[in-house]
Design a protein around this ligand. Structure first.
Ligand code: NAD
Length: 350
């Protein structure tokens, strides 16, 4: 073997943006979201096996760059992700991401993947999975406020996982709503454009807020939220960036991913640190009750946690053989003699 033809050990499967789109189209979006949700659910049910830490965030005036690591002792994963609300006006994505999965026993990477699309998939799968536990069982209509990059993934996941047949869309930018209506035209879900949040919410048993604004925004005020509703609040995910009026939080039973992270980043940053919240993994294991009655307002204060990304990477890694949609990257230096790294460089001179 010459050093210019790397060994199998040196090669790491890489799922590019093109590959991710092929994977979605090969498996089918709804089937993929259902399968991905089951990976997330099974990892949430073994929550205690994971190393957990709030994500490591580098804040700036414009946005945030974050690293999100976790491990179950056998496999390690992390995601690099940004959140820059003003990007969208400048022709950049608000959220972009990539991630790595590695073997804990030797530290070698198992997978390198784009995660901009995968984040939208895992966020939608998590939202719908949580709603399966918390929303009213006869929910068929969801309001979707904020019709940007996450919007259609949310709509399809709620259709596939919760049986939602109607989405009512509102965005301050009517162009975003038109885009979503057009994208959802042939997806087997009724999509209705609305002129205000109030109009979108009317008759909806589930409200998803997925707006991007780096401020304490009030996408929903207290008088807009009736009893029995489930709120899936995904846009407030950073210090100083929330979507719901504090009074709504005071009337809701609040469910979170990992409290130490959500208290920094979620809607509950507006509340006292000792305000009662329920960890959603405990509802999934049956240790705690989710929805107790038809009048209760349930709120999933979603910020996105590392275990969801771990599950998503684990799912994509499992699909490599099924779809073949990946390329191999020469990522790991692999000298013939492991100690002769320098000699490998010398021999590459020719
Ligand atoms: P995006 O920029 O593509 O879309 C955001 C949309 O919100 C835009 O169309 C904008 O016009 C609209 N908007 C802003 N203010 C509004 C208001 N007051 N009322 C109605 N619409 C309003 O962003 P995206 O990628 O769709 O992400 C949406 C949000 O979700 C971001 O804040 C992002 O950080 C967050 N997010 C959270 C998670 C999670 O796991 N919780 C995951 C991904 C993204």
């Amino acid at each position: 073997m010459t050093q210019s033809t790397p060994s199998k050990l040196a090669m790491v499967p890489f799922v590019s943006v093109d590959n991710m789109m092929e994977i979605i189209n090969n498996i089918g979006l709804e089937e993929l979201l259902v399968e991905l949700a089951s990976f997330i659910e099974s990892d949430f049910k073994r929550w205690e096996q994971f190393d957990k830490t709030p994500r490591v965030a580098a804040h700036s005036e414009e946005g945030v760059i974050e690293l999100m690591p976790t491990s179950d002792g056998e496999v390690y994963g992390f995601k690099y992700v940004n959140g820059h609300p003003k990007n969208q006006q400048e022709g950049f994505q608000t959220v972009t991401a990539f991630g790595v999965l590695a073997d804990v026993s030797n530290g070698y990477p198992l997978l390198f993947s784009e995660m901009t699309i995968l984040t939208a998939l895992r966020t939608a799968a998590t939202s719908a999975l949580v709603a399966k536990y918390l929303a009213s069982k006869n929910a068929n209509t969801m309001a979707l406020i904020g019709n940007g990059a996450q919007c259609e993934f949310q709509a399809i996941a709620f259709k596939a996982i919760c049986g939602i047949d109607t989405v009512k869309l509102y965005d301050i930018d009517s162009g975003a709503t038109e885009k979503a209506i057009s994208n959802l035209a042939n997806q087997g879900i009724r999509a209705i454009a609305c002129k205000s949040s109030e109009e979108a919410i009317a008759g909806a048993q589930i409200i998803t807020t997925c707006t991007a604004d780096k401020q304490y925004a009030t996408i929903l005020s207290d008088n807009m939220v009736g009893s029995g509703v489930h709120i899936n609040a995904i846009g407030g995910d950073c210090p100083g960036k929330t979507e719901l009026h504090r009074d709504i939080l005071m009337r809701s039973d609040i469910f979170v991913e990992f409290p130490p992270q959500t208290r920094i980043e979620g809607e509950i940053q507006q509340l006292d640190n000792n305000h009662q919240v329920t960890e959603i993994w405990q509802v999934m294991t049956g240790a705690t009750q989710g929805r107790r009655n038809n009048n209760q307002i349930t709120l999933f204060d979603s910020v996105g946690f590392a275990i969801e990304d771990f599950s998503a990477l684990r799912y994509i890694h499992d699909q490599l053989g099924r779809t073949g949609n990946y390329i191999e990257l020469d990522m790991i230096a692999d000298p013939d003699d492991t100690r002769d790294l320098f000699g490998m460089v010398l021999r590459a001179q020719g």
